[in-house]
Ligand binder design. Structure first.
Ligand code: ADP
Ligand code: MN
Ligand code: MN
Ligand code: MN
Length: 337
């Protein structure tokens, strides 16, 4: 029997790329191989020279279709040379992952997102003043007043587990209609591949509910939380020694590194990193134990155990996990080399 492979890739839309996918029918026993697409329809090529190449890099069982069907995440390559396409951020991430493999980096990424329906966050009133009661009861809330979209969250979580992704938790967030899932701990390239696969599943499953899952970093202006992608990180050395934990914070906070990292932490970080709503202002860098107003938080357990990991709270929900994982791995491991 033939089976279906859903080929997934990241497009060239600015300032935040979109996930794209299309279906290939394969003969029983055939492996998903190199394929192509029309890059002129995805902001990846001019019409007169439109072909782009898809190279499979990460395949999992398709939890939506089931059976023998698979999801295939791809790198985008140029057709003439098979070099990475300019929008392909994975290739550089894979090179850094390989270069610093001996550090055994682990990542846990907390993907926040917001459900939207008919132009407003899911659960927000459609009449009157259009706003729900102020933030307070929604974070990890229970009940029909506090929660919107749990059916979608449960379907997405089940799908991530069935696809074999290392999803480690989910929770309702501070703004009504906003949620989070965590991927990890996993290595530099693995966490980023899994993050994109989990995003594909989120967008695809929400689609069945007629809902848009947005990774916008500040979906509602004003006194409403933005959406981040807190990135937890450790090396083998950090998992054994607190000095290495502090050295990692210092390396990330070094002159020049702060700006370089922010530039790769997602579109519109200025709107989100305001110094309010559990963020540090983007113009300042500081780290601290248990400090949710810092750029980097050292969890209290890590200070107590004198070993463990750090949480960079600055990446946006709309960040590219390949870029974030590459920057942190490179900065921390090169400083410790
Ligand atoms: P928060 O308290 O900030 O909401 P979460 O529980 O949402 O934290 O996310 C913490 C993430 O950190 C999880 O994905 C977890 O797998 C990951 N994590 C735990 N230990 C480590 C470690 N040593 N190195 C890297 N990531 C880790
Ligand atoms: Mn969290
Ligand atoms: Mn959160
Ligand atoms: Mn966090």
């Amino acid at each position: 029997m033939a089976y279906r492979a859903e080929y997934i890739w990241i497009d060239g839309t600015e300032p935040v790329p979109l996930v794209r996918s299309k279906t290939k029918i394969l003969d029983d026993g055939a492996e998903p191989g190199i394929w192509g697409f029309d890059g002129s329809s995805t902001n990846q090529a001019p019409g007169a020279n439109s072909d782009c190449v898809l190279k499979p890099v990460f395949t999992v069982p398709d939890p939506i279709r089931g059976g023998d069907d698979v999801l295939v995440l791809n790198e985008v390559l140029l057709p003439d040379t098979f070099e990475p396409h300019p929008t392909n951020t994975r290739a550089a991430c894979a090179a850094v992952a390989e270069q610093y493999a001996s550090f055994e980096p682990w990542f846990g990424m907390e993907q926040e997102y917001t459900f939207f329906k008919e132009g407003r966050p899911l659960g927000w009133p459609t009449e009157g003043y259009y706003y729900p009661a102020p933030q307070g009861p929604y974070y990890c809330g229970v009940g029909a007043v506090e929660i919107a979209g749990r059916d979608i969250v449960e379907a997405h979580t089940t799908a991530c587990i069935e696809a074999g992704l290392s999803i480690s938790g989910t929770n309702a967030e501070v703004m009504l209609g906003q949620w989070e899932y965590q991927i990890g701990p996993a290595g530099t390239i693995e966490v980023a591949d899994e993050m994109w696969m989990a995003r594909y599943l989120l967008f695809r499953i929400a689609e069945d509910f007629g809902v848009n899952a947005s990774i916008s970093a500040k979906p509602i202006k004003g006194d409403w939380n933005g959406a981040g992608c807190h990135t937890n990180f450790s090396t083998k050395q950090m998992r054994e020694d607190y000095d290495a934990v502090i050295a990692a914070c210092e390396a990330i906070g070094a002159k020049g590194k702060v700006e370089e990292h922010l530039a790769g932490y997602g579109h519109g970080y200025e709107d989100r990193l305001t110094g309010l709503h559990e963020t540090a202002h983007y113009t300042e860098f500081r780290y601290g134990v248990s400090d949710r107003g810092a750029s980097i938080r050292i969890p209290w357990q890590v200070a107590k155990d004198q070993k463990g990991y750090i949480e960079d709270r600055r990446p946006n929900a709309n960040c590219d996990p390949y870029v974030v994982a590459r920057l942190i791995t490179e900065t921390v491991c090169s400083a410790a080399s």
